[in-house]
Design a protein around this ligand. Sequence first.
Ligand code: ADP
Length: 404
Amino acid sequence: MKILVINSGSSSIKFKLYEMSSAEEGEVLASGLAERIGEDTSTLTYKRHEKDGSETKQTWNDPLPNHETGLKRIIKALSDPEKGVISSPDEIAAAGHRVLHAGEAFSAPTKVNDAVIDAIKKCIPLGPLHNPANLDGILVASQIMQGASQVAVFDTAFHQTMPPEAYLYALPYELYKEQGVRRYGFHGTSHKYVARVTAKLAGVPQDQSNIITAHLGNGSSMAAVRNGRCVDTSMGLTPLPGLIMGTRTGDIDPAIIFYLGKQLGLSLEELDNLVNKQSGLKGICGHNDLRDVHTAAEEGEERAKLALSMLAYRNKKFFGAYIAALGRVDAIAFTAGVGENDSWVRAQSLADMEHLGVVIDLERNDGRCSEPTLISADSSTIQVWVVPTDEEYEIARETYEVLS
Ligand code: ADP
């Protein structure tokens, strides 16, 4: 079954076409990105994945005034007689769409229907940058690919199993009921994929596995997974709280917002921009990319060293909290740009936790991991893994499951 995974952003469409032979086995046929949609010059980068593992890459620069022309161009590339991988667009059985926010409406991937569209629209205030673009992708695909099923896979879905004590804020209860103010959590597709793979690696049946997943990238979040189901996560109503990120604060005293608003006369928009775009690593040392922070620290920049220590310390506190929340922990898994590549962050985030059963083997931990890698010592009661995430594959897999 051929499944096209679509991640539609405000000016881009990322795609991957899979041939799924079962829910557990899929092969990537082609992938790519249409960028700068709606601008004067747009680019479609298209890669055909060859059987020997190599990729044949091609770039087109036709104008793509909107998502409709963008998706049509992608389908034309996929069915190109020379460079394509399908002989007709009708071969695509389904499109699996990444959707940021579905609130409490959906806890599993769902075939697109009016209720799905209503839920995505209703959650636009909670995901103002992503939800409209995700919806655009769904509407355009439904129109262009009329023979294909459309499935929405929600970033919030995996976290819907959290119990109320984990997802409620200690605000007046009516604000939850009437305004939907609660912890939703994000990166759900990644946490779900990594938790499943880690359970297998650790040799524990998924429905009995207790795992902490740390998705550390530009945006970062952790999830505590008990018996294969999410019971807590570090992001909240929005992707702002929790861990220290590239430009986001993570947890801060919320009263800082009022304090700064009054002291500096900042508007709500300015405060929003401050905590989401000017803070985190960037706010402390001026660099938001962790590779640049490391370089600056090596060159002796004190603020860069401070930013690194703050990031690792915050991660460590969350690991400690989630070990407490879960009780027995089978494994911890690191994933995403920082989790897969930054051995310093991994080691420091779990340093001196032998008393909690976590011992990192510095040699195993050394370097970048493009394959699942065990980085804990044999004496560690909690296994620690690096598991490269694959959100697109998870979307293809879930789409396949919905259709079967
Ligand atoms: P997102 O999807 O949230 O935009 P990614 O998961 O792609 O982010 O992660 C981006 C982060 O990963 C950046 O901060 C970058 O510095 C970091 N990163 C990527 N490669 C490396 C590396 N080799 N060493 C350290 N950090 C890395």
